[in-house]
Ligand binder design. Structure first.
Ligand code: SF4
Length: 258
């Protein structure tokens, strides 16, 4: 490690989570990258999005590898590995790529948690070092996607198809927000879009929560959904049934008990 022209490369990392059970298979060591091209109105990591001074630290690839190696016993035993999340890892493509190479050389399972708002070229460059992608799609309808994130979803939908073309396994993560992302016709449209992709392993339904509000308050930013409450188990089940009716697999852990 460290012999390439990228030896002095530094990445901006907001934080690390050494024991996550929520970001891919097994126990995950999660790196939260700073920066994101989207501005989701319900973002629960808004403090990672703008990369403001004081919200991150710079690390070299070898510093990150040393931290990860110290936790390796936990995640290896569980069938887990490392997850690059954020923010958006593709916002720092060189650092992401060099890290992924190192992880794979060390035989560490790699997951990239991404919104895929990036170029096909960048996806191709890193894909051989990624075991699994977790793709966060905010809405299948492009206008509604734009209202929720500030950008339309054409590039993201194209890139999902491209991942499948590259034969890369992926999970589709979808936040169920009552009255906003759970419309029956929209879910049906999403299920129809996904249903032909052979490399889609799971749809992971994430019930909306408002735990990120505090972060918006501390940044003096108005939160756009102050009165939206999390979905009930019944509402989650209704969404799940639409996917299952079209034989789109839904991750059982997406269940919520309320
Ligand atoms: S893509 Fe993720 S990190 Fe970026 S703004 Fe949306 S929710 Fe936040």
């Amino acid at each position: 490690m460290g012999t390439s022209k990228f030896a002095s490369l530094k990445g901006r990392i907001h934080s690390f989570e050494s024991f996550s059970a929520l970001d891919g298979p097994g126990i995950r060591y999660v790196l939260f990258f700073c920066g994101c091209p989207l501005r989701c109105i319900f973002c629960h990591n808004i403090d990672m999005v703008e990369c403001l001074p004081g919200t991150y630290r710079e690390y070299s690839v070898s510093e990150v590898i040393n931290k990860v190696e110290r936790a390796r016993t936990y995640f290896d035993r569980s069938g887990g590995g490392v997850t690059l999340s954020g923010g958006e890892p593709f916002f720092q493509p060189d650092f992401m790529r060099e890290l992924l190479k190192e992880f794979k050389q060390r035989n560490i399972h790699t997951v990239v948690d991404t919104n895929l708002y990036t170029s096909a070229q960048k996806i191709k460059e890193i894909s051989k070092w990624v075991d699994l992608f977790l793709v966060g799609l905010k809405h299948i309808d492009s206008n509604k996607h734009k209202q929720l994130t500030g950008q339309d979803n054409f590039l993201i939908l194209e890139n999902i198809a491209y991942l499948n073309f590259l034969k890369k396994p992926f999970w589709l993560r979808y936040v169920v927000i009552p009255g906003i992302t759970d419309n029956k016709d929209d879910i049906m449209r999403l299920a129809k879009f996904l249903h032909h992709f052979n490399y889609l392993e799971w749809v992971e339904l994430l019930p909306y929560h408002s735990m990120g509000i505090q972060k918006w308050k501390s940044l003096n930013k108005p939160y756009a959904l102050p009165h939206v409450v999390p979905p009930t188990k019944k509402e989650m089940d209704q969404v799940k049934q639409i996917f299952r009716a079209l034989n789109v697999p839904v991750l059982p852990e997406g269940d919520v008990e309320r």
